[in-house]
Each structure stands twice: as C-alpha cells, then as structure tokens.
Design a binder for this molecule. Structure first.
Ligand code: PLP
Length: 420
C-alpha cells in the first residue's frame, strides 16, 4: 500500500490531545496570522500534514488519475484510491465503493437531489427540519419545483432543539419519501437525535440523508451503525482542503440514483448512438477529480485519527459550556441554543447583544484579534423561527481554548460602551 511521499511528509503517529497545544501543528498559528480563530464551523485551519500532503502530491505525484499507462499516473491513481479507502474506514462505511468524492457537502446533497429525481412522483413530500443549513433546503426546494413535490419543515423548540413530537407527527401524517436532517446545526450547535430520526424515518419507509458537514468533525459517525441511506460532509470543515467533499451512500441506494453530471470517467462506453455508465462510484465522478485535495483529505482523516474521538467531543462540549457560563454573566448578552438550558450542544456558541449589531460586533472583535462570524450562517429559517435577524457565532475546533473567548468578553464590553 502506498502512502504519500513517506520521504517528505511526516504522517504523524503521535497521540494528540485537543487544546492550544496542537496549534504547533498548524502553520496558521505558527507562521500565519494566528489569533483567536473562532470560525471553525465556516472552515477549519489546516494542519501541516494536510498542507504538506497537498504540496507533495502536486510536486511529486501530479498526473491525471485513471488515465495514464505510465507509472506517475498509476501512483497518483493508487494514492487517490487509498484516500477513498481511508475515508470509507473513517466513516464506518462497509466499502470504499460507497464513497463518492464531490466538491463539498453542498454538491453531495445536490447530487442526491438530482440523482433521485425519478424516484419521486408529483405530490410526494420531502421532510427537512428548521435546523438545516441552506444547502440541505434549497436543493430539495429546486427538486420540488421540478417534480411537483412538497418540502415540509419539522419544527424546533424555542431553545433550538428539534421538536421530536412535531417531527413524528409530520412523519406519520405526511409519509415523506425523503427525510433530510442535520447531525449538528451550524447556526446553534444543536446536536440532533440523529439515530432516532433515522430509525423513525426508515420505519416510516422514507429514504434518509444526514448532513454531517459539522457532525463528522465534532461528533464523529459510523454510517453503517447509523443506518442512513446517504451521509454528506465537506473536507474543509474537517481540517482538509476546500474543493473536496464526500457523499456516502448505501450501495443499493447509490444504484438507484441517476448520474448527476456526464463526461469522462463516468462512462463504460460512448458511441454516436449513446453512452453507458461506469460502475459506482465512478458513475458519479464525471471529469478529472480533485485528486490532490482528495489525497490531502485522506491526510486530514489521518490527522483526526490521532485524537481520541471521546476527547474531541468532551473538549468541544466543555468549551461551549465555559463560553455560555462566561457570557451569561455579561450585561446585554442573550445566548441562543439548547446548551443555555442544559440541552445537547457542541462546537458552536451563538449570541446577540442588546445594542450592538452582530456585524458591528464582529468588526470590533477583529480589532481584538478575534475572528468571529456574524450573520444568518446560511440558516435563515432557523433564525427567523427564533425571532433574531442575525447572531454572533463562535465556533471551535481541536485547537480552540478558553483564552480565545476571554478576548470575546473584552470585545463585548468595549462594543456595548461604544453603542449604548
Ligand atoms: N451543512 C452544514 C451543517 C454546514 O455547516 C455547511 C457549511 O457551513 C454545509 C452544509 C455546506 O458545506 P459546504 O459549503 O462546504 O458545501
């Protein structure tokens, strides 16, 4: 089995523990701007292992995959295939043939929404939730428009938890053909009871898609145990590069999908009369894939595997708890999300200020060397339901620590003084 340039890239077998100590492995902190980076839900920083792998592939193994008869191309192909195997193992997929490389979670959901189009009949229902990122809403709305379907939203509680009684009621009254639900909401950090959601949806005869864009990094997954039909994630939110993501599908479900895009690599033959499709997963990977990014995503998975999953989970839940405790005492701050009243929340802490707009706050925080997100976080239906036009969102990664949000408290005090 090949691994990327053993000569040049340290694959790292050391056991790692989350916290400020791992910043030494991230050039962003050691050579780049560093600072209190509190926007990991938008994109994570990249460890040297990922950056070195990307560079190494482009310098030492750059040849198009699945095409060349020469050694360089064969090696690139083997590295690409090995990345697929690594990711399958990391997700708990039964085979690498269940793993399709996409540009990101968004493209993976679009692939399913287009690929499953012929499985729907006019009047069919797609059940999503009010916790979804726009990328798990809009592709279904587009599909609904094309096929005359209905997109229905399961409600959330005022704390921002999935309202399971509403979910169950809609499941049994509307008999949806597809249930698409996030594992972890990027706007509030809500952990959904995804095992129960999938179990109930399957029991009601629906197909299931789980948006793991946040969940895969901050909670982890075993897709076979979860039993969902589809699971999606994005490389850049799991310490890997941008431009690469993953669609996992149960083999029998992938076989039901139509190809999403046509072109090279996804065919078994092409003639003037027509074309035939390659086997899965190639059927869904038209054109030259982002193989350096896929191989670097394999390195990101190697990096993540150096941590204990339980330690990542408790580190990020603890950070959320401490952030809530600290900000609770600050005048003019309203916290949003289930964690405020002891509910399940991780990796994200959202809040608003009485007299400062989130965008103004983020600009002031920037002067304290705090990179923090303000806005609707691509979750307009969630915020609308909670009755807030925008929030400030802190989001954490393995390198985050409590000192990061001490700086947020200073920015809160300064901005309130300026605006009140
Ligand atoms: N789903 C969730 C929960 C997200 O947080 C995001 C991005 O923020 C996405 C989907 C879309 O991911 P991407 O933009 O990488 O495709």
């Amino acid at each position: 089995m090949l691994s990327v340039a053993k000569e040049t890239v340290e694959t790292g077998s050391e056991v790692l523990h989350p916290g400020a100590g791992v910043r030494r492995l991230f050039p962003f902190f050691t050579e780049g701007p560093g600072g209190c980076y509190l926007d990991s839900a938008a994109t994570t920083q990249k460890p040297a292992l990922v950056l070195d792998t990307l560079r190494d592939v482009l310098v030492n193994h750059n040849a198009n995959v699945h095409r060349g008869a020469y050694r360089l191309s064969a090696v690139a192909t083997e590295l690409y295939d090995e990345a697929r195997r690594k990711i399958a193992r990391y997700l708990g997929a039964p085979s690498e043939r269940c793993v399709i490389f996409t540009r990101g979670a968004t493209e993976a959901i679009n692939l399913v929404a287009y690929g499953s189009e012929l499985l729907f009949q006019s009047g069919d229902v797609i059940l999503v939730t009010l916790l979804e990122h726009h990328s798990n809403i809009v592709p279904w709305q587009m599909l609904a428009k094309r096929r005359g379907l209905k997109v229905v939203f399961a409600d959330i509680t005022p704390d921002g938890e999935l309202d399971m009684s509403d979910f169950k009621a809609k499941l049994s009254s509307m008999k949806p053909k597809m249930v698409a639900c996030t594992q972890l909401a990027n706007s509030l950090g809500t952990i959904t009871p995804i095992e129960e959601v999938v179990r109930l949806a399957k029991g009601a005869g629906a197909m299931t898609l789980v948006d793991g864009a946040q969940g895969v990094t901050h909670l982890g997954v075993n897709v076979e145990e979860l039993g969902c039909d589809f699971y999606v994630c994005s490389g850049h939110k799991m310490y890997g590069p941008t431009g690469i993501g993953v669609l996992y599908g149960r083999p029998e479900c992938l076989e039901l999908l139509q190809p999403f895009q046509g072109g090279g690599d996804m065919i078994s033959y092409v003639s003037v009369e027509g074309s035939g499709w390659a086997d899965v997963p190639q059927r869904f990977e038209a054109g030259t894939p982002a193989f350096p990014e896929a191989i670097a995503l394999g390195a990101a998975v190697d990096f993540l595997s150096q941590f204990s999953r339980a330690e990542i989970n408790s580190h990020e839940i603890e950070l959320v708890r401490s952030a809530i405790d600290l900000l609770k005492g600050e005048q003019g701050v309203t916290l949003h999300g289930p964690g405020v009243r002891g509910g399940a929340q991780t990796s994200v802490c959202s809040f608003t200020l009485d007299c400062v707009h989130p965008h103004d706050f983020a600009t002031i925080a920037d002067t304290h060397n705090v990179q923090i997100r303000a806005g609707t976080h691509c979750a307009m239906p969630t915020l609308r339901k909670l009755g807030v036009p925008a929030t400030v969102r802190m989001s954490f990664g393995v390198y985050s620590c409590e000192a990061d949000f001490q700086a947020v408290v200073s920015a809160v005090r300064e901005s309130r003084k300026m605006f009140s």
